[in-house]
Design a protein around this ligand. Sequence first.
Ligand SMILES: Nc1ncnc2c1ncn2[C@@H]1O[C@H](COP(=O)(O)OP(=O)(O)O)[C@@H](O)[C@H]1O
Ligand SMILES: [Mg+2]
Length: 227
Amino acid sequence: MPAEPLLSAESLAKGFGEGEARVELFSGLSLELGAGEAAAIVGPSGCGKSTLLHLLAGLDSPDAGRVLVDGRDWTTLPPEPRAKWRGEAVGFVFQLHHLLPELTAEENVALPLLLAGSPEGPARSAARELLSRVGLSRQAGAFPRVLSGGERQRVAIARAVVRSPRLLLCDEPTGSLDAAHAADVLDLLLGAARERAGALLLVTHDPGVASRCGSVRTLTPAGLSAG
Ligand SMILES: Nc1ncnc2c1ncn2[C@@H]1O[C@H](COP(=O)(O)OP(=O)(O)O)[C@@H](O)[C@H]1O
Ligand SMILES: [Mg+2]
């Protein structure tokens, strides 16, 4: 018997708006991602890629269908256990980074560990190590407002992997990066997924990034299609 997929979405549907303004983004969308797998999602701007990642992370609820991570359906969990579960299981890189402006780069990266009850010293040192891994040792004490878009993006990536989540969902994680930093960050994300028998799903417009994932799927109104 094949192992249970790490991430499984069944017949997801999502749209926004009411009445005449209603827009259906997709329906009947299914997806399976096994341990150690990496996949890219591509599609034109506005087709619903960010929305899909939010559904998979339990940040938004589908109109129909369900999402299972490690066999557990979290679309039905109330907000509090859902947030706790997400913190443990999912690393999320937002398209717009969403760093906390009043915290330094190091504090932003350490925060998921602190929220999980880790003592401050080890949390900060884990954060510094990851910041060095993404080439930001010098910026550890800097606040997001003084960082470039690409630097913010790398802080967001470090934050997403700091708790070693099994599922990494990344929304255009290399969108603000030059080719060298993009390759570096992708190594980090692919390595993180492989090491922990986790799974990586990323949205990208970069064919070079997509080709380094095991599979590429195009988001359409009828769901995900290969290639
Ligand atoms: N919370 C929301 N309320 C209303 N419309 C939304 C909301 N989130 C996204 N949309 C709309 O859904 C469509 C898909 O958005 P998005 O998932 O961000 O696309 P993509 O990431 O593929 O560019 C867009 O037309 C966007 O305006
Ligand atoms: Mg998007």
